[in-house]
Structure formats: structure tokens, C-alpha cells
Write a protein that binds this ligand. Sequence first.
Ligand SMILES: [Zn+2]
Length: 460
Amino acid sequence: MDRTGCWVHREDVLPAYGFVDGDDLLTLVNRSPRFVLSPEYAPTDLVEVDTGLPHTPEECVPGHLQCLRSEAAGALRLMLDAMANAGHEGYVHSAFRSFTRQCEVFRGWSHSQGETFCHAVTSSAIAGHSQHQLGTAVDLFTEAWSHGGEMMRPGFGCTSAGQWIDAHSWEFGYVLPYPMPLAERAPGSRCRRRSGGEDVIDPRTGYRYEPWHLRYIGVEAAARFHRAWLASGPDSATEITLEQWIRRERGIDADVDLPVCDGCSCGLCTTFHDAAAPVDAPRSSRHGGSPRTTGPCGDQALLIGADGAPLANTATPHIESLQARREHSGVRVLVTVSIPARTVTQTPVTSRVAAVYGPDATYLSVAPFNRTGAIPRAYDDLRGAWRLALGPRRSTQWPWRAALRASNTPMWVNGANQRLPALQGLVTIEVVIPPVGDGVRAALVRDGHVEGPPHDAPIR
Ligand SMILES: [Zn+2]
């Protein structure tokens, strides 16, 4: 815990249902508590990038000795040669980092650089959650860039070297897992921010734009990813990142998982407690036998089962009241919902003002609310997630949906189809829908099914 009271829950860093396999080139390692590397994990085939000579994980410390797994290092040398032929002398800033080293890096971000834990968590990975521990990730710049000051300053992606890496790294088995968030891009550019765009976390990856961070997944897999990325529609709302591609390859649903300690960083309290962990397990005992109610999010934390999916809640939300009134652009619907603790919901989230559905938009083709120029995207049902559904009175169609949360949630979460913790208690959600005749109908849906009786109301 830091001085602002933000911290990460132990269960989120040490999941009871096991760590991921670091030796697997396509393993998912992200900011969520589901996909974590063991503190003991280190590759057994680390070599120094330049020489290809084997070294132990302890010897491989960035700044002193840059190491990658043997296959990734061979591919990087080929890529550096090709870069040099294109006129760019590559500079490896950081490659393999052990769990211990990542701890030090993170501590550096959160303390010596004067940042808080929660700020650090948005910029640096918590140990166990870094792709650098895989021995296949590298932060690659150029010599010229390295002499220009702080390495991770903005703009590298738009240098000719940055654009070369973006265009060619896949040919060598490397991919860029953390592209610029879609909503922040200047039209027609993947490296330049639109005016007013911000350096925010990409809802698809849980990370900010890192045009220097490359991960080796193998030449064949990188070619398959590249084809899938092209097919997904670059610059459209359905553009995938490595995260979404691996999830599809491995049958993992949703676009992304909630990050560890996101409650600190973006107003969403999103710690997943592990409900499957016995209360008397050693790592829980320090919480005095009640691990389920501790942590930064208290009982707003979501519960996940051994398979990583949210556990069904025995208490279910229900609609308390429904009102609808005519406005110039359509019908403003106000639905008050009683929501028990630990209810899972999903995007799209409405803003403090309301979610506004355009004339032809449905939840399967809605532009993320309150984003100028946002491209429509679909929000398919995610297993176990509750949503508010709206339709014309007496209809069985529910073309408009909204998350069981509103207000303080940053709007960029709508950039991904993802599970979120619902708000708790009596919550009023406002949605503006197109004109629908003389009345509206509201219901709560889970897994695409209406749960509980629908409510009808006339339009006033
Ligand atoms: Zn990196």
C-alpha cells in the first residue's frame, strides 16, 4: 500500500488456480490477475542478444547484460541487421527482466521517481505481469533516439525507425502488443495522436501506447497474427491487438480482463478476489480469515472461479422504476435498478449525462458514447454479465443496452467488450433512444436472456 491508500490485493498477484506457462510463446501475460507468471519462472535458454552466448537469469540484468531466449535473440539479430540496412541502427534498451528485477523497476516507478503505486501501475507492470519476464520481449529504440533524452518519450512510433518496426517486425516473428488506442489516433495514422487525444491506457490491452515494446511469438505465429490483424480492420473499432488474437486462439472470451488495482487508476474498482481460495490457505491467513472483503475494492470486488470466469451471484439485480420522456432527439429513459454487491456487468457504459443511441444504432453497432468521431462497435453478450436492455413497449426485441454502472467510469472503457463490476445499491441509468411510439420496455438481461419481468412505461 502506498501513501494514498492504494494497493494491490495479494490474491491478485498469486492466483490459486495456477500461473501461466512462460515457455509457451503464445502465453497470455497481462495486467489481470488471471494471467500471471510465477515468481520462480525464468526461461532456461537465455542468451546474450549480441553474442548469442548462454547466461543465467541472474546474470541477465538490463543495462548490464541484455538477454532473450535463444530463438528470440536469433530473430532479433536478423531484424537488427535488416533495420541497419534500412538506415536505422537499433538500440536494445531492455530485454529479459527477472521477477525480482521487475519488482525493482516497479518500485523505482512508484517510489524513487516520486510516483505513487497507483500511478506506477498504469505505466509499469507489476512483477509477474510483465512480458519482459518471458525472455521474448524487448524495448527497441535506435542509437539516435537514445541520445535524445528520456527514452520512453512520445514520438518514437512516428520516427522512420518506429514506422519501420511497425511495418516489418512481424516478418521476424515480433509483434507490437501495445498499439496506440483507437480513440486517440489522428485520422489515417497509427503513430500520431489526434488533437485533443490523450496518452491513456488502451482498453484492449491495459497498457498505454508503447511503439518500442516488441514481443517475439515465432515467425509463423506472427505471420498468422498479422493476417488476422489485417482481416480485423485496422483503424476500425474491431481492430485486434495481440491480446484479442491470443484470446481467440485459446478460446478465452471477452476482449480483455480487468487489470489489477485498476480501482486506483481509473475510477473502476476492479480487483478480482479469488473466491475459490480456501479461507485458511496460507496466503489468505494474514487477512484474518476474511480475504473476501479485504482489498482496495472491498465487496465491490468481483469473484472469479477456478476457470477464471466470474462466479454467478445468488443475489440478482432488479428494476425498481422506469420513466420515459420525449426529447427533441428521441426518448430519454431513466431506469432505477437495485444492484447487489459483486454483480458483473459489461460495456457499453453510459456517461454521467446519458448514453445516446443514434437513429440506427443498437448495442451491436453503437459508437462508444461521448467520443467524438468514435467508430461503431459491437458489444456481444459476455458470460455472466448483467445489462439493462431497452426496447419499444410490448416488444420482445432489445436493441439498446447499457451497463449497470454509469457516472465516474472513464468513457474509454467502451473501447473494448469487457466485464466490469456493477455499481452497488440503487443506481439510475439514463439512456436516450430513438423515437419508439408511445411507450418503452425495460428489462435486465444476462447471457442474452431476459431475467425477471419486463417493465413497461408510457412516454411523457
Ligand atoms: Zn517493454
